[in-house]
Design a protein. Structure first.
Length: 194
């Protein structure tokens, strides 16, 4: 068992779907979930921009539709994407929220889970700053576990929800969070067995 860094308990305002005491950077890449859909899946992703570079403003820029295509050769191919996630967890454990949890973030793309397609309709998308091969930090695992706990307390439909990787819902198309992610450090992993 790994010892995680001390992370404060997180709270979600059930009226707004926003986390208290975290950085907010609203993304326009969101919309209403379909009528009758309920949250019952948590999807873990990884992202770094440019790939393997950490700590810069580029992820915010991508999710805000402000990524400069001329700033790096990699950005030219992705600057027109309209994507988001509910939250990003930086290497330091700092959380930024882009989309309220009640709303649909555009994180999964073409996807399916247990026979259901369009995973954005019923999932929460959490990005971890990283690559498919770099190890993630203890601070990230601590923040991820605290976020999963807060989601399960606030949304009863997530109490027994699976926690999966992007690669699990879009196999062959996506590989994140990759081999650098240690699933044994996610204390909510037992939902996968239930």
């Amino acid at each position: 068992m790994h010892s995680e860094t001390q992370t404060p308990v997180l709270h979600i305002d059930p009226e707004t779907g926003l986390l208290d005491a975290v950085r907010q950077s609203p993304s326009p890449n969101q919309d209403a979930r379909p009528a009758g859909s309920q949250l019952d899946l948590i999807v873990v992703h990884s992202i770094s921009l440019p790939p393997g570079v950490y700590g810069g403003p580029e992820i915010d820029a991508l999710f805000g539709n402000d990524l400069d295509p001329d700033a790096h050769p990699y950005f030219a191919a992705i600057s027109d994407l309209r994507v988001s996630a509910h939250c990003l967890i930086r290497r330091t454990g700092e959380i930024t929220q882009y989309v309220p949890f009640e709303r649909r973030a555009w994180h999964a793309g073409a996807s399916s889970f247990e026979g259901r397609t369009r995973c954005n309709d019923f999932s929460v998308g959490i990005e971890l700053e990283g690559t498919d091969t770099d190890a993630f930090t203890s601070a990230q695992y601590g923040a991820l576990n605290a976020l999963i706990d807060a989601l399960r307390v606030t949304y009863p439909s997530l109490a027994n929800a699976a926690v999966v990787g992007h690669s699990d819902i879009a196999p062959g198309r996506k590989t994140d969070p990759g081999t650098g992610f240690d699933w044994s450090r996610v204390h909510a992993i037992e939902a996968l067995d239930g």
